[in-house]
Write a protein that binds this ligand. Structure first.
Ligand code: NGQ
Ligand code: ZN
Length: 456
């Protein structure tokens, strides 16, 4: 069978670091075998630095990349909050049609690849035209996201969102939400229209937006699309107000409500899950669901702090998402994740374990394990059966020079502001070469044009 043989001077494998690593990639871009202590055979692709598996970004709203930084001007009078930011986000939507969203998503996915993400979960809820009328093709905007992923080369898990209501108990959607709203029938049509995306390698999941936007019957109907390996993502317990409203509506907190009413298991990703009690953490961890943590967005929006220490103690799994894209780098998500816990608990090295004492490495390994599970990727990491999603670091970068193995990840994640990502491969395809993407100029130019036109 035709295949590619890559040789890395060192690599972070599933059970530790190794030197002189041969990674054999089959024609479908999957890792066929991994051999250590092997010299580079003639004709092999010589990776120019230490190889690590690419990171999974489990939560993205692509269009929000274009408003990053625009929600930071204090309003007059009332306190700025998640809810006032959300109003600003709804207003921003008015400017966005399919072409704009396609250009924004392409730039975003390009940035993600350059930063070391190789897969993204797109939590896609911007379905309709500005006045709320559906496009002729209900998946019009979804296809733009698929195109952006295909052009840039990032692996896409598309999570079409079911969004029906404006609040708990079936409150009607507000006018700012009219582009999101589908009933169960319309959602069925959307999912049917998107089915052929699988032919181009897209993974499909489902995403009931939140308990604010979907009730029990909508959730149950959406779950009809799910098989054993379909990811199910939902925003939950991000804001205190949501917890209070859920209690008033049902007598239960949001995470408790979910665990009580639905078959939450390893297929599920509970996005944010910020406000959880010790009991909820224990049950969520035991369910196998992934905590979908988005540290820079959660900080930006003033959400609160997820009790990561308690979750890990219960062997809970987490992954990271860039969500509103105030940052598009896994370094920043992982660094914030660790630092918030250090500040909160006044200690150091929170995410490290006895097996993986290097905190940067532990952050990368755990974030990838949870992220890959949440994106329905199956096997992840540099091992047979996993996609050949590989990030090659520049070992001569000032941040990494004279570092080895676990120290590389510590220095990459927990120091510096430069970007030592040199090359990136997704399913064996070389998408970032010496820090550059082949379509970078065009993608950037189109983004700049779209942004100028929207501002003008
Ligand atoms: C979203 N974003 O769907 O884009 C949400 C805000 C909401 C974050 N929660 C809207 N970060 O939750 O209603
Ligand atoms: Zn979100």
């Amino acid at each position: 069978m035709p295949h590619t043989v890559c040789h890395a001077p060192s690599a972070m494998l599933i059970d530790g670091w190794a030197d002189d690593v041969l990674i054999i990639i089959d024609d479908d871009g999957m890792i066929e075998s991994v051999e250590t202590g092997a010299p580079a055979p003639p004709g092999s692709v010589r990776l120019a630095g230490p190889a690590i598996p690419g990171m999974a970004n489990l939560h993205s709203h692509a269009f929000q990349r274009a408003m990053a930084g625009l929600g930071e001007r204090a309003g007059a009078g009332t306190t700025d909050s998640f809810w006032s930011w959300r109003e600003a986000m709804y207003l921003f939507l008015e400017r966005l049609g399919p072409d704009e969203i396609g250009a924004i998503a392409a730039l975003l996915y390009l940035e993600m690849l350059k930063a070391g993400y190789t897969a993204v979960g797109e939590f896609h809820y911007l379905h309709h035209q500005q006045d709320g009328t559906p496009y002729d093709d209900p998946a019009e905007i979804a296809w733009r996201l698929v195109d952006a992923a295909q052009h840039t080369g990032i692996a896409l898990t598309l999570l079409p969102v079911l969004y029906s209501f404006g609040g708990f108990g079936g409150a009607p959607a507000e006018s700012g939400q009219r582009r999101f709203v589908n009933d169960s029938d319309a959602y069925l049509r959307l999912m049917q229209a998107l089915d052929r995306a699988r032919d181009s390698g897209v993974r499909l999941g489902i995403a009931p937006h939140s308990l604010r936007a979907v009730g029990l019957s909508g959730l149950t109907q959406a779950l009809a699309f799910v098989d054993d390996s379909t990811p199910v993502h939902i925003h939950v317990a991000e804001q205190r107000r949501e917890v209070e409203e859920c209690l008033a509506w049902s007598g239960l907190r949001p995470v408790d409500w979910l665990l009580e009413h639905l078959p939450v298991d390893r297929r599920w990703c509970l996005v944010h899950a910020t406000h959880v009690t010790a009991g909820e953490v224990a049950r969520m961890a035991a369910s196998g669901a992934v905590a979908g943590l988005c540290p820079t967005t959660e900080a930006n929006l003033g959400d609160g702090m997820f009790p990561l220490g308690a979750h890990l103690k219960r062997r809970g799994v987490f992954g990271i998402g860039s969500d509103s894209h105030v940052s598009t780098s896994p370094v920043e998500e992982l660094r914030w994740l660790e630092y918030v816990q250090r500040l909160r608990r006044r200690r150091r090295c929170v995410v490290s374990t006895r097996d993986v004492p290097h905190t940067g490495e532990a952050l990368w390994r755990s974030g990838l394990a949870g992220g890959a599970r949440a994106l329905g990727q199956g096997v992840a990491g540099l091992q047979p059966g996993a996609p050949a999603d590989v990030v090659v670091l520049d070992a001569d970068h000032p941040s990494l020079v004279a570092r080895r193995h676990g120290q590389l990840l510590d220095s990459f994640i927990l120091s510096g502001n430069g970007n030592p990502v040199r090359d990136v491969f997704v399913r064996g395809r070389h998408v970032i070469n010496r820090g550059q993407h082949a379509m970078e100029d065009r993608i950037t130019r189109e983004y700049v044009e779209v942004m100028r036109a929207m501002a003008g």
